[in-house]
Design a protein around this ligand. Structure first.
Ligand code: N01
Length: 530
């Protein structure tokens, strides 16, 4: 059994940052990763078109050793470039010597000796004082129970379980179920290649223009002079982007003309500018939200030739408040529907009845397919954790503890699970915070906590049931005081049948940071040390 101060599970942004930070602080650390390389979701999501939705230089570490010699080719880099970035980070920070790849963790048990025992799929065991779970919000793919799915005779893959040698769409009949970020990206790749592409949509996505462009090496080199300042600014509202600005004004505090200008400017900037970078009340007030939706709708409908298809993709009435399901970024998603080989099937009016060996049968028609893509998302926020047999005090199981809902303190600690902290986990800002920014501020917070424990001779840290209940109640208030609680999304746990419905991401990363800061300033309020 290998013994460490700290074991980290997961080699995405959070896990790698913690390894770097804690090793520098003199802790003995081991990072365990199921996949064969670094990068977390970027290793797993190798489906065609996978690409980040946060623009350069937001989606990278702020440490100079990581950005000084690194050059991106595109404003929104693709998956392969991101994997190469993680290889670069590995070299720059000399991480691999403390990482075990191809090591899937099956069990983490807290024992009477106040230490965790971690067991891998090969039966290899590790023990540590502190367990840091960095399994990400989207590491457990979700495949719905579609009748007859196993009988499909063609090629069928979930986007997050894509084969390493790829799938050729050329000249084939391709079906895609799901129109979230993954679905949008695969559609854009498949449409020009497939003989026939059928997209099965249950709920329309409000995809925003990416405004992708190539990045020149010389311009990036020049911009780097401003990086230190930009990475400081990245810690500010909204959403922890260094260059997205949101007005303090509400949608109706300005004239109609000014409103159009603000919306249009954000639209032209692309990416998440239109989601989080316009007015202060878009995600809070129904009428303000409707104004943003109408702008999006009119822009989008103008690109779709067939009004009946436009009614499905960008309905006149909003299917849910704009931005309360994550808006994907698109390059030519809506234009794809003008192609003669592309067809949209509305699953609300004609649901899937069965999957047959030859394809998909809905209530109204049968679609013969060679390839079926399941872009059906993830058991988000909790699935990566509950997939592991995690047992805390008195052998209590995390999966059972959360069967009626999640309680945590600050989205970082679970009552009854001492010396275990979660990064980018349920009930923290997670998907409302730019990933690397969150990895760094949560990672720094954890590093300071562990140093304090070492200085004070504490070997145990845990939170209480009361703190967990209070944090859950706080998130419930946020769900009610914003528009997020009204929509069935994975933010609400509502994409998985039977999952407890609750807000699982703190919908304001700036306020969340303040909460972490005040907890620390008050001597880690809500934590008990032993
Ligand atoms: O998953 P999703 P995703 N029958 O849950 C549909 C990140 N990400 O993998 O909306 C038919 O968004 C479901 O329909 P509905 C990003 O944060 C980022 O696309 O539930 N359809 C929905 O359309 C993103 O938000 C990138 O009605 C069914 C789709 O499947 C998150 O990961 C790229 C169904 C699932 O969409 C998840 O995105 C990819 C059923 N039974 C992912 N069940 C970037 O660009 C589900 N659906 C960075």
């Amino acid at each position: 059994m290998e013994k460490f101060d700290v074991v980290i599970v997961g080699a995405g942004f959070s896990g790698l940052y913690l390894l770097y930070r804690l090793r520098n602080e003199g802790f003995s650390v081991r990072l365990l990763e199921a996949q064969s390389g670094l990068g977390g979701v970027w290793q797993a999501n190798r489906y065609p078109g996978a690409r980040v939705d946060s623009h350069v230089p937001n989606y990278e570490y702020s440490m100079e050793a990581c950005w000084r010699d690194w050059v991106w080719t595109e404003r929104f880099p693709g998956r392969d470039e991101l994997v190469r970035y993680f290889e670069h980070v590995d070299q720059a920070l000399d991480l691999s010597r403390d990482i075990d790849l191809n090591t899937r963790i099956e069990a983490c048990h807290f024992g009477g000796d106040s230490r965790w025992t971690i067991t891998s799929h090969t039966g290899h065991r590790f023990t540590c004082s502190v367990l840091l779970m960095c399994t990400g919000f989207g590491s457990k793919p979700y495949t719905p129970e579609l009748p007859g799915l196993a009988s499909f005779a063609g090629t069928c893959h979930h986007t997050a379980l894509w084969p390493a040698d790829g799938v050729d769409f050329t000249g084939r009949r391709v079906g895609i179920i799901g129109t979230g970020a993954s679905g949008v990206q695969v559609v854009q790749e498949a449409a020009p290649e497939a003989e026939r592409l059928v997209i099965f949509q249950r709920t329309p996505v409000t995809a925003l223009p990416m405004q992708q462009r190539q990045l020149a090496r010389a311009a990036q080199a020049a911009a780097k002079a401003g990086y230190p300042e930009m990475f400081v600014r990245r810690n500010a509202p909204p959403g922890n982007f260094c260059d997205i600005v949101r007005l303090d004004a509400g949608v109706f505090d300005v004239t109609e003309e000014e409103r159009e200008t603000v919306f249009e400017t954000a639209w032209q900037k692309g990416g998440f500018h239109f989601w989080v970078g316009t007015f202060s009340d878009v995600l809070i007030d129904e009428a303000a939200n409707r104004a943003a939706y109408d702008f999006w709708r009119d822009k989008t409908r103008a690109r779709i030739d067939d009004p009946a298809v436009a009614d499905l993709l960008a309905p006149i009435e909003p299917p849910y408040p704009f931005g309360t399901k994550r808006p994907s970024l698109e390059q030519d998603y809506y234009d794809c529907f003008n192609r003669p080989n592309v067809e949209l099937v509305d699953l609300r009016s004609t649901p899937i009845e069965t999957i047959e060996p030859s394809g998909v049968r809905t209530r109204d028609a049968a679609f013969e397919l060679d390839v079926l893509v399941l872009a059906t998302g993830f058991d988000a926020n909790t699935g990566g954790l509950t997939a592991i047999d995690i047992r805390g005090r008195d052998n209590s199981s995390l999966t059972e503890t959360w069967s009626n809902g999640v309680d945590t303190h600050l989205g970082m600690a679970v009552p009854g699970f001492p010396n275990m902290l979660m990064l980018y986990g349920p009930q923290s800002a997670t998907a409302f915070c730019n990933g690397p920014t969150c990895a760094e501020f949560q990672g720094d917070w954890v590093a300071r906590l562990l140093k304090r424990m070492r200085t004070r001779g504490h070997s145990l840290v845990e939170t209480t049931a009361e703190m967990g209940e209070a944090w859950t109640a706080h998130l419930a208030e946020l769900a009610d005081s914003t528009l997020f609680g009204r929509t069935d999304s994975w933010y609400m746990g509502a994409n998985i049948p039977g999952k407890h419905r609750q807000l699982l991401n703190y919908p304001n990363s700036d306020a969340y940071r303040e909460q972490l800061g005040s907890c620390e300033a008050l001597g880690y309020e809500g934590f008990v040390f032993g």
